[in-house]
Design a protein around this ligand. Structure first.
Ligand code: MG
Length: 203
């Protein structure tokens, strides 16, 4: 499986990251070794001094598809969850300043914790799926699919022009404002529509 990630998909995060609004989705991929499941702890890696969390809504692909039209895109995912797009911001800054790819800053081992998933059928309104991240009991990020620049369906349609989607692939759909640094000992709890689906500590 692969993990497809969308960057810069919320205006308020673009503002805080000194970026400009993209005209098409910004796409990158994390390898399957980035996955961290079952609320296992995240071990702070030795190669960075600035690991930052980005809480993101995650959709799980449930059928194979390529060149998916937007109007059919909702048929290609049946579960929704939440994940953290961990980013070694110091490495990313170095790579970006050199105009180089920043895979190592985004795709390192366990840089993609994901929790339980909810069935899409059980969500009343997929155009307004709310999610949030609490760090040590304090809410630091809040988002909704309402505020996405590119909707889930637009993302599925766009990425499937380049990558065949396969069953079990995950799509991270971008982070809202409030991305910030984690410290050893932090506890991260992320929820979708008020239900906690991911809860782990940084060690
Ligand atoms: Mg992100």
């Amino acid at each position: 499986m692969k993990i497809i990630c969308i960057g810069l998909n919320y205006l308020d995060h673009i503002g805080e990251s000194d970026s400009t609004t993209p005209s098409s989705p910004v796409v990158f991929i994390k390898p399957d070794t980035a996955l961290l499941r079952k609320n296992n702890p995240f071990y702070y890696p030795e190669f960075s001094n600035d690991i930052q969390y980005e809480a993101e809504l995650v959709v799980k692909v449930n059928r194979v598809g390529k060149h998916i039209e937007k109007r059919f895109a909702s048929r290609y995912y049946s579960e929704v969850g939440v994940g953290i797009d961990f980013t070694a911001r110091d490495l990313q800054r170095e790579c970006r300043s050199g105009g180089l790819p920043w895979e190592i800053a985004k795709g390192f081992d366990h840089s993609a914790p994901v929790g339980r998933f909810l069935k899409k059928d059980e969500i009343d309104d997929t155009s307004n799926i709310r999610f949030q991240l609490d760090v040590n009991g304090k809410t630091v990020q809040k988002g909704s699919t309402l505020d996405m620049i590119f909707s889930i369906d637009e993302i599925i349609s766009y990425v499937s022009r380049f990558f065949t989607l396969k069953i079990g692939d995950l799509i991270f759909t971008g982070t809202p404002a409030g991305a910030g640094s984690v410290q050893v000992g932090d506890r991260l709890a992320a929820s979708v529509n008020g239900e906690v689906l991911l809860d782990f500590t940084v060690k």
